[in-house]
Ligand binder design. Structure first.
Ligand SMILES: *[C@@H]1O[C@H](CO)[C@@H](O)[C@H](O)[C@H]1NC(C)=O
Ligand SMILES: *[C@@H]1O[C@H](CO)[C@@H](O)[C@H](O)[C@H]1NC(C)=O
Ligand SMILES: *[C@@H]1O[C@H](CO)[C@@H](O)[C@H](O)[C@H]1NC(C)=O
Ligand SMILES: CC(=O)N[C@H]1CO[C@H](CO)[C@@H](O)[C@@H]1O
Length: 345
């Protein structure tokens, strides 16, 4: 989320910082082909291929900081900002609906992926809810706050959606999450340079409530090689080949993994005071940050790990109600490494 990003800006020598963080938090497992890191990406690439550790348990000190986790039924309200096609919306809706689909769906499943998120508990020992419902949706097709959004104006978009005169999104302080999705021609602060999405909570002074929300952008036109990797590859890393995406929409198939990342983190750290690693609460390293870029057994560094390939050539690692998806793994507090429903053990 926000943190995996900002750190890259703070150091003049990303490779050294990456190595430092490796020893502090085991972060070298988290990987995306960010543009500002690539001149020394060979360090990462070598590290990745030599050490396929799916995250390193030794250095990761994931801690519970006593705040709430989402133990009640979770309801995800979507704001579609800009122009979205019906097929694009259906892919994303099905992913969310698949999280708590009944267990008899074919494995590896999206609901199996969520089981790792359910391992996180609050002070009373209650687990993250297994139930994630798709809530109401709001179209902001005419870009109420313009074509360029900042971190702050994103909160105003949410405010507009929950205070709209017609069909406002419900205020749902217990299990409600607000997911702002921006179309491929909308610019968002730091998008593509060091974030593909992030989550936080709204400020009562702007929105009236502290509501957990996330933003995820469609990178199809702006940086598919970064935010829809591995369904597109950046031209500044020679030798990488794009994989075929499972639902025929590179930008949307890439967004699904980022949406999964943010939902897992919002469930386990909704007010950014529950489950995270790292010393600095303004740069929390959360359960999905630790596993970014890992989709299967052996993953780490620039290696995605073992995924599945269907007869049509598409790569995925889990099944939803009808569609296939590729979603990054998340950190398990029980086994102390990244895991997912397609793990080969
Ligand atoms: C990386 O190297 C290329 C070519 O040498 C250069 O154009 C680019 O600005 C460099 N990027 C960074 C972030 O240093
Ligand atoms: C939570 O969701 C489950 C499954 O959809 C449903 O049976 C239950 O009634 C819901 N509970 C509340 C409090 O809404
Ligand atoms: C709840 O969390 C605990 C601790 O991680 C775990 O042992 C248990 O299996 C979880 N329960 C469910 C239903 O996921
Ligand atoms: C941008 C950057 O950090 N470049 C460094 C990459 O590594 C070479 C050799 O180790 C250095 O000389 C560059 O300064």
């Amino acid at each position: 989320m926000r943190c995996s990003s900002d750190r890259h800006r703070r150091s003049p020598t990303p490779a050294i910082l990456t190595l430092t963080l490796l020893f502090l938090t085991g972060l070298s497992a988290a990987w995306r082909p960010w543009p500002n890191q690539q001149n020394n990406s060979t360090d990462d690439l070598q590290l990745g291929s030599n050490k396929k550790f799916e995250g390193s348990s030794e250095f990761v000190k994931l801690k519970y900081h006593m705040g709430p986790v989402l133990t009640e039924n979770i309801t995800v309200h979507i704001i579609w900002y800009g122009t979205w096609s019906g097929p694009q919306k259906r892919i994303i809706r099905e992913f969310i609906n698949s999280i708590s689909a009944p267990d008899h769906h074919p494995t590896p499943s999206v609901s199996g992926w969520w089981k790792t998120v359910q391992l996180y508990t609050d002070q009373t020992g209650s687990n993250v809810s297994r139930t994630v419902h798709l809530g109401q949706e709001k179209n902001d097709r005419l870009l109420s706050h313009g074509k360029t959004l900042t971190r702050l104006s994103i909160q105003s978009v949410i405010k507009s959606a929950v205070t709209a005169k017609t069909k406002p999104l419900p205020i749902h302080p217990k299990g409600g999450l607000y997911l702002l999705l921006t179309a491929d021609d909308v610019y968002v602060q730091d998008f593509c340079r060091n974030v593909c999405g992030f989550h936080y909570f709204t400020y009562p002074s702007i929105v009236g409530y502290a509501l957990p929300y996330a933003w995820v952008g469609n990178s199809a036109k702006q940086c598919p090689g970064v935010c829809a990797y591995p369904f597109a590859v950046p031209d500044y890393i020679p030798g990488l080949t794009a994989l075929k995406s499972p639902n025929g929409e590179v930008g949307i198939d890439g967004m699904v993994s980022v949406i999964g990342h943010e939902l897992a983190e919002m469930a386990s750290n909704p007010l950014v005071n529950a489950w995270y690693a790292g010393q600095d609460p303004s740069f929390p390293v959360e359960i999905a940050d630790l596993c970014e870029g890992i989709y299967g057994t052996g993953g780490g560094g620039s290696y995605t790990g073992q995924m599945l390939k269907d007869g049509d050539g598409a790569t995925y690692n889990m099944r939803g109600i009808r569609r296939r998806f590729l979603v990054q793994w998340v950190w398990s507090r029980v086994v102390n490494y990244c895991t997912g429903p397609n793990a080969l053990d």
